[in-house]
Design a protein around this ligand. Structure first.
Ligand code: GLP
Length: 247
């Protein structure tokens, strides 16, 4: 596992954007899944700036949205589709954009199609992830099976409580569509971003302790090409020995 500990959120975002550009410019990374949430906001901002300055060409990249609430309309300001369009997709020219439609009454077909689309591509080249405070990745909540696929999930109260604050008005949907642990883990490369002390326990769990489906983020320790970009606050609970190894 490759780890970078940056001094603050700004340099974390800068690091992530530069790393992203390097990977895309290598020509090997084309099918990329993108996260939502507060953590990657500045990463997207920087990426869009780099794109406008012609520092990166994204015409070979297909973008996949990792997850979406259910039910929700794409145009809803609270949807992840809206988020990714506003923050990233509309500002850049990608080869293709794919997302889960949280408004499809046939959620089984929606998930099946997304799963098959990714399968046809031979899996994703890169998944960029945040982590939930309860250890979820995408919307794979604690208890998600390692072989879970694209599916509808019921959100935990812990997630609903936190996400309510990010949700404009009304009630946060209790369900979501998400890439499974399987699709995430099968990606050739994974980059996880975490900022702030509220993520420090989960970052500690990523390095120490049991790998368990009750803590979905912990399975990432087993991935062969995993990169973690943190700020100091998110890394605050890492043991001294780990810090010595990293530095
Ligand atoms: C959300 C999303 C995740 C995201 C996570 C952390 O609920 N489903 O994809 O990574 O929570 O979000 P944040 O970066 O706002 O802490």
């Amino acid at each position: 596992m490759k780890i970078s500990i940056e001094k603050d959120y700004d340099s974390l975002s800068n690091k992530a954007a530069n790393r992203f550009i390097e990977l895309v410019e290598s020509g090997k990374i084309k099918d990329i899944a993108f996260p939502t949430g507060n953590t990657p906001k500045l990463f997207y901002k920087k990426l869009v700036e780099f794109y406008k300055d012609e520092k990166v060409n994204l015409s070979g990249v297909s973008g996949f949205l990792i997850d979406e609430y259910y039910p929700i309309k794409k145009e809803s300001k609270n949807s992840f589709n809206y988020y990714i369009e506003k923050k990233f997709f509309t500002h850049v020219k990608l080869k293709k954009k794919y997302s889960l439609d949280g408004n499809n009454p046939d959620f089984l077909a929606e998930c099946k199609n997304y799963k098959e689309l990714i399968e046809k591509k031979g899996g994703l080249d890169l998944v960029i992830l945040g982590v939930g405070e309860n250890g979820h990745i995408g919307f794979n909540e604690p208890g998600s099976e390692y072989n879970s696929r694209v599916r509808l999930v019921e959100l935990k109260n812990s997630t609903l409580d936190i996400n309510r604050a990010k949700y404009d008005a009304g009630k946060v949907p209790k369900y979501a569509l998400t890439l499974g642990i399987y699709e995430i883990f099968k990606a050739k490369k994974i980059i996880l971003l975490a900022s702030g002390s509220s993520k420090s326990e989960r970052i500690r769990d990523l390095f120490n302790g049991h790998i368990s489906s009750s803590l979905p983020v912990s399975v990432l320790r087993l991935h062969s090409d995993m990169e973690v970009i943190l700020d100091k606050e998110a890394a605050v609970l890492l043991e001294d020995q780990i810090m010595e190894l990293i530095n």
